[in-house]
Design a protein around this ligand. Structure first.
Ligand SMILES: Nc1ncnc2c1ncn2[C@@H]1O[C@H](COP(=O)(O)OP(=O)(O)OP(=O)(O)O)[C@@H](O)[C@H]1O
Ligand SMILES: [Mg+2]
Length: 341
């Protein structure tokens, strides 16, 4: 069943730019220029129950804006958006009771309160039954290992501790849908792994639907079977990681260590690099199955070692983002208007 249905979603921001020209300044007149930023220029996708979808794109692409609309924080200018059958900004109270949101860049917790008091406040806001709250809190505190910081004011927490507490806060009312906007930003490797592992289990074991926004391609590779790419307010790609690889045209790779220095250039693979006896080949796994290619190479050459790998997702994403820039979509199209005020 579809948990999220988004069609042709649009959101523009009008940004004021104050500029006083020399003459204007002398005359006491400040000209105000307006720039229109098209943050969402017709976004559409559907997410089914139980999916864990990576939502990626370059800085300023419209990811957080999308999440804010889906979370009922922002009202779009146009298009359709239903989350669990509700229009987020029209049925806000019912809506927020059934979703969880984490913005990695900004805490949802009360800065000056000890962590546990923020949790208590959220219990009251979401009207969670006391008994249920105790059980849930225990489980979450254990899973995210934040027991030691419950009495510490949020402003004294390290980034990793704060992020984990934010995740607990987002789940106290046991939502079936979770939005994570850069939940691993700025975290060290162990903290990242802890958050990642927790999200994986939440999705696998509890069936929670997760929309994950991140610039960390390891998060994506570790967690997401489906990736939606947004660029300049438009969806540029939506599918599996394999589909993304195919779209980017990077193909899969075979790294061959030959016994001796001899030519190796199979017709159905491209030589990416050659260093001494090590040859890196790229091939299209749809047209040429890896097994066939490996069999042929080992039959025709003396091979010391050989392995097949997928290209790193960073490379795929760089290609996909680069594609959009090459189409001339690098800058949000400003539409300056001038009105003296
Ligand atoms: N409140 C706002 N007022 C004006 N412009 C905004 C506002 N919020 C977002 N924007 C603009 O809308 C565009 C999309 O921003 P958004 O925050 O959705 O990007 P993002 O994909 O989350 O980027 P990042 O990876 O940097 O977090 C940007 O050009 C941004 O400057
Ligand atoms: Mg963002």
């Amino acid at each position: 069943m579809a948990q999220i249905v988004v069609e042709d979603l649009r959101k523009r921001f009008v940004v004021a730019e104050r500029r006083a020209g020399m003459l204007g300044a002398l005359a006491g007149v400040v000209r105000r220029r307006h720039r229109v930023v098209e943050a969402l220029a017709g976004v559409g996708f559907r997410v089914d129950e139980g999916e864990l979808v990576g939502y990626i794109g370059p800085n300023g692409a419209g990811k957080s804006t999308t999440v804010k609309v889906l979370a009922g924080i922002l009202v779009p200018d146009g298009g359709r958006c239903e989350v669990q059958g509700r229009v987020p900004w029209l049925e806000r109270v019912e809506h927020v009771a059934r979703i969880g949101v984490v913005f990695g860049q900004r805490t949802q917790l009360w800065w000056d309160l000890p962590v546990v008091e923020s949790f208590e406040l959220l219990r009251e806001i979401y009207r969670v039954d006391r008994q249920q709250y105790r059980v849930r809190l225990d489980a979450l505190v254990n899973a995210l290992d934040v027991g030691a910081v419950l009495d510490v004011p949020v402003r004294q927490l390290s980034l990793g501790q704060r992020m984990r507490c934010d995740v607990v806060a987002a789940l106290l009312h046991a939502p079936q849908l979770l939005f994570l906007d850069e939940p691993t930003i700025g975290l060290d490797a162990p903290a990242k792994l802890a958050v990642r592992e927790f999200v994986r289990r939440l999705n696998r074991e509890r069936g929670t639907t997760v929309i994950l926004t991140t610039h960390d391609m390891d998060d994506i590779e570790a967690l997401c079977s489906r990736v939606v790419v947004i660029d300049h307010g438009r969806i540029s790609c939506d599918g599996s990681l394999d589909h993304l690889r195919e779209r980017a045209g990077v193909g899969r790779r075979i790294i061959v260590d030959l016994e001796r220095d001899e030519p190796l250039a199979p017709t159905d693979a491209r030589v990416v690099s050659r260093e001494g006896t090590r040859v890196v080949l790229a091939f299209d796994p749809v047209r040429t199955p890896a097994a066939a290619l490996v069999a042929r190479i080992t039959r025709e050459h003396a091979v010391r070692d050989l392995f097949v790998e997928n290209p790193p997702i960073e490379e795929i994403v760089a290609r996909l983002y680069g594609e959009a820039d090459a189409r001339g979509e690098a800058e949000p199209r400003p539409e300056p208007r001038e009105d003296p005020s």
